[in-house]
Design a protein around this ligand. Structure first.
Ligand SMILES: Nc1ncnc2c1ncn2[C@@H]1O[C@H](COP(=O)(O)OP(=O)(O)O)[C@@H](O)[C@H]1O
Ligand SMILES: [Mg+2]
Length: 365
């Protein structure tokens, strides 16, 4: 049974190179109109997954279903060629044709599909407008900046109105500023068109900000699938937790079972803190790690009293809108935190960290 809202389904898909499994029994549904992102470190199988979806590789196991049709099946040997899948794609390298004008680059997929004349011109110009390149049609591709070239690639992948857009690290050749700008633009464009996007990145900020849902991948497998908020606030594994953001880890032990899957932890520093047990069950006395996102810690001058941790500002760096501070906690721990740009802070100052009432998680030590 396939829900009509599912545009693309990977069903238990594996792909090996020699003895190494690049993709390992991966199952994913991409729903109509969503941005689904494959996020994970280099080598975890993101691009291999993308190449399987495109049709550049064939599954060793499992099947891929696109718009209700099996396009790749290890069992039956079905493998629909790339050009028959009708998917839009943009990759890290621009791969636009340097000897052609911007117009001709974007027109190419339509010419292949035998679109001609006024209809072609209209479609190309509409798409160039869409990506902010209206009026650039006559330029030769090499005379454009990196960001503009990537927009040409985007226009070329959109011009034939594909049902899905595949983006594999499309911004990673751009500088940080341009990357941020393109990120916002792609999100706006995607919303406007309502197009379904399968996106690949190793950059957690890019994934968090662009995605409706994220698949965190590790060693060819889906470690966890969820919305950016779900994954950030409720990581199912330590790998997901640490890949998606910074974590302050404090040692302690469980001293009490509370309601709602929560436990009371006595920290090595002495303070007690209530935490959500994540994942699984803890017994009284069990050693554990209290994990907190640093932005949920409140830093207060002086001694904070009960429920706070004694800390010290070891280093302060003024970075304009705020301070970047290295905070020493106990004997060995140091954390990087941001402090508001007031003149209340000094290097060497004793401070207290107040733990959030919600948002502390207990993990097995
Ligand atoms: N053509 C290939 N031949 C052999 N090994 C490959 C090939 N493509 C990818 N791999 C291996 O498969 C694993 C996953 O690679 P890839 O899908 O490119 O990862 P990612 O895109 O997440 O960085 C890596 O260990 C990589 O070395
Ligand atoms: Mg890759």
């Amino acid at each position: 049974m396939m829900n009509g809202d599912v545009v693309l389904r990977l069903n238990n898909v594996s792909k090996s190179y020699g003895a190494a499994r690049a993709v390992d029994r991966l199952s994913i549904d991409v729903r109509k109109g969503e941005v689904l992102t494959l996020l994970g470190p280099s080598g975890c199988g993101k691009s291999t997954t993308m190449r399987l979806v495109m049709g550049l590789e064939q599954c060793d196991e499992g099947e891929i279903i696109y718009q209700g049709k099996v396009v790749d099946s290890a069992e039956t040997g079905v493998n629909l060629p790339v050009h028959k899948r009708q998917m839009g794609m943009v990759f890290q390298s621009y791969a636009i044709w340097p000897h052609m004008t911007v117009f001709e680059n974007v027109a190419y997929p339509l010419r292949v599909r035998r679109v001609r004349g006024e209809k072609l011109r209209e479609a190309v110009e509409r798409t160039l407008d869409l990506v902010g390149l209206g009026g650039f049609g006559d330029r030769l591709a090499p005379n454009l900046s990196g960001g503009q070239q990537q927009r040409v690639a985007l226009a070329r992948s959109l011009v034939f109105e594909p049902q899905i857009l595949l983006l594999d690290e499309p911004f990673s050749n751009l500088d940080a500023h341009l990357r941020e700008q393109m990120r916002a633009e792609v999100r706006l464009l995607q919303r406007r068109l309502g197009i379904t996007v399968l996106f690949v990145t190793h950059d957690q900020v890019e994934a968090l900000s662009l995605s409706d849902r994220i698949v965190v991948m590790k060693a060819g497998r889906a470690e966890q699938i969820g919305t950016p908020y779900e994954l950030y606030a409720h990581p199912g594994t330590a790998a997901v937790r640490d890949f998606l953001g910074r974590t302050v880890k404090l040692g302690g032990r469980v001293v009490e079972q509370l309601q709602d899957n929560r436990v009371m932890i006595e920290l090595a520093q002495g303070a007690r803190v209530a935490a959500t047990a994540q994942p699984g069950h803890f017994s009284i006395g069990q050693a554990c790690t209290a994990a907190v996102r640093p932005e949920t810690l409140e830093i207060v001058p002086g001694l904070g009293g009960a429920g706070t941790l004694a800390a010290k500002i070891e280093m302060l760096l003024f970075i304009g809108d705020r301070y970047e501070a290295r905070i020493g906690l106990g004997e060995r721990e140091t954390l990087l935190m941001y402090l508001p740009a007031t003149d209340a802070w000094r290097e060497g100052q004793e401070v207290a960290l107040r733990l959030p009432e919600r948002g502390v998680q207990a993990w097995p030590a």
